[in-house]
Design a protein around this ligand. Structure first.
Ligand code: FE2
Ligand code: FE2
Length: 483
């Protein structure tokens, strides 16, 4: 190995085209991350599974991380990621095409995953039971969401997430018994349920719950996943209360529908149809009253990015790979959850659909995967399926092609985009956007440009949520951003 590898600089070792070809079987087999250098001297990660194809097309030098090489040189490159199988996690689909870049701030995620991978199933289940015990204590003490509670939540859920990830990976490789996976998943559901109880015990205001900066796990990816879980639970509670606390705003949505919202929704359907609020929300706009459904949605939020791996984040770029690469993590999330056979379809589908954006070209268009899965049954159904709704609380409406989207996924999309835009951890942005800049950007790029990707009504409610959470102080400015 030493003979054919030259040190390029202290961070990376350069492999020539020829050397890479020679090493290709080892690289692919072990899922070794390779990079290429861009014109601006930055490095871009190349998915190992596509290297062969990539190399056929162009002559270029590829790079391997020096640290990784040094760590493993003695075992002749016989190493792999902490996580099996090549994966291409992303963040959001702001623009495409996108490429992935190595980011160095996920060491905590790697360590937690390694710890989880080392544990046997009894230890894993016991760890989640311990977390539940701690969450129950916090509930019994009537704790409110402050800095120390937030970090307890983040520590516990980061651990649970890594344990789930390790177990779902093992499950795909048929290493877990059904009994064990049932135990683990029910404890995990219980943990999310406990979190819902803790956050909605009446002790924390929306302003308290808005302080997601308290979540500091040391990993960008785990920070994002924790913030998303907390925010999804908080926003869904807010949405439920909205019908009483903002009943006038709810009425206004109806009275202003024709003039403000209708033009946007019209763009979603190829044939003009009589669109009203009951078409936008199948069965009418309504709270998520059923606790079981609420939990199903919260679990979907918790697991939506479980297909991600550490150390890689997606990066806007004007060169690089086609968006199909970025889609991979939604497939991985979907697959892992589906293969377990133990999650409700709604939870599973949220992993798949959270970058669909009403089937926009910049979305990952994964709704087709779900619809195809149910295609046969759809054909068997005798009733007419012509009516198309925008959102449904029932995943089967999406699976049968009756509804364009799944209601909790539409919520998740807004929260996900907003989180990515305002995330201070993002190292590819010079600075993250302020809350109102993010809203402006969402409106401009995801609602007003062509057909809406983000739902316009949910967007308006999200603005009220940010106002009531005291995240946005200038109410009149925020109101002016509404649709
Ligand atoms: Fe994602
Ligand atoms: Fe996400």
């Amino acid at each position: 190995m030493n003979k054919i590898i030259k040190i390029e600089n202290k961070n990376f070792i350069k492999l020539s085209h020829e050397e890479t070809r020679k090493l290709l079987p080892v690289i692919i087999e072990n899922n070794i991350p390779l990079m290429r250098k861009k014109k601006d001297e930055t490095f871009v990660y190349l998915p190992s599974s596509d290297l062969d194809q990539y190399l056929k097309k162009q002559e270029m030098d590829l790079y391997i991380e020096n640290e990784t090489y040094t760590r493993y040189k003695d075992i002749n490159l016989d190493f792999s990621f902490d996580s099996p199988a090549e994966k291409y996690p992303d963040d959001i689909g702001i623009k495409s095409p996108r490429t992935a870049v190595i980011n160095k701030t996920d060491s905590v995620f790697k360590t937690e995953l390694a710890i989880a991978n080392e544990m046997d199933m009894i230890e894993r289940v016991q760890t989640v039971i311990n977390s539940n015990y701690r969450l129950r204590q916090l509930i019994d003490q009537q704790s409110w969401y402050n800095e120390s509670v937030a970090s307890e939540i983040a520590n516990n859920f980061s651990r649970i997430l890594c344990i789930s990830r390790a177990t779902l990976d093992d499950n795909i490789n048929r290493k877990v018994s059904e009994d064990q996976i049932i135990k683990l998943i029910s404890e995990t559901e219980f943990a999310v349920d406990n979190l819902i109880s803790l956050l909605s015990n009446g002790k924390s205001t929306y302003a308290d719950l808005g302080r997601l900066g308290f979540i500091q796990t040391g990993s960008n990816t785990l920070n994002h996943m924790n913030r998303m879980l907390i925010r999804l639970v908080t926003f869904m509670s807010y949405f439920n209360e909205y019908f009483t606390t903002h009943s006038n705003d709810v009425k206004r949505i109806r009275t202003r529908f024709k003039e403000s919202f209708h033009p946007h929704y019209l763009k979603l359907f190829p044939d003009p149809q009589n669109i009203n609020l009951e078409i936008v929300f199948k069965g009418g706009m309504a709270p998520v009253a059923d606790k079981k459904i609420f939990l199903e949605y919260a679990l979907g939020g918790f697991f939506h990015d479980i297909g991600k791996i550490p150390d890689i984040e997606y990066h806007d770029s004007d060169e690089g790979f086609v968006p199909v690469k970025a889609r991979r993590h939604v497939f991985d999330s979907y697959n892992m959850l589906l293969q377990s056979g133990r999650f409700p379809l709604g939870t599973v589908a949220m992993g798949l659909l959270h970058h669909d954006y009403y089937h926009a070209s910049y979305g990952y268009r994964q709704r087709d995967t779900l619809v195809k899965k149910f295609d046969k049954r759809k054909m068997d159904r005798s009733d007419s399926l012509r009516t198309r709704y925008c959102m449904s609380h029932n995943i089967m409406d999406v699976a049968y092609g009756i509804s364009l989207s799944y209601f909790p996924s539409k919520i998740l999309e807004i929260l996900d985009i907003y989180d990515a835009m305002t995330d201070p951890d993002k190292n590819y942005r010079k600075s993250s956007l302020s809350p109102d800049e993010a809203l402006e950007e969402i409106k401009k790029s995801y609602i007003e440009k062509g057909a809406p990707g983000i739902d316009p009504i949910l967007y308006n409610i999200f603005i009220d949520f940010l106002k009531d959470s005291k995240i946005i102080i200038d109410s009149s400015f925020a109101d002016a951003l509404k649709i």
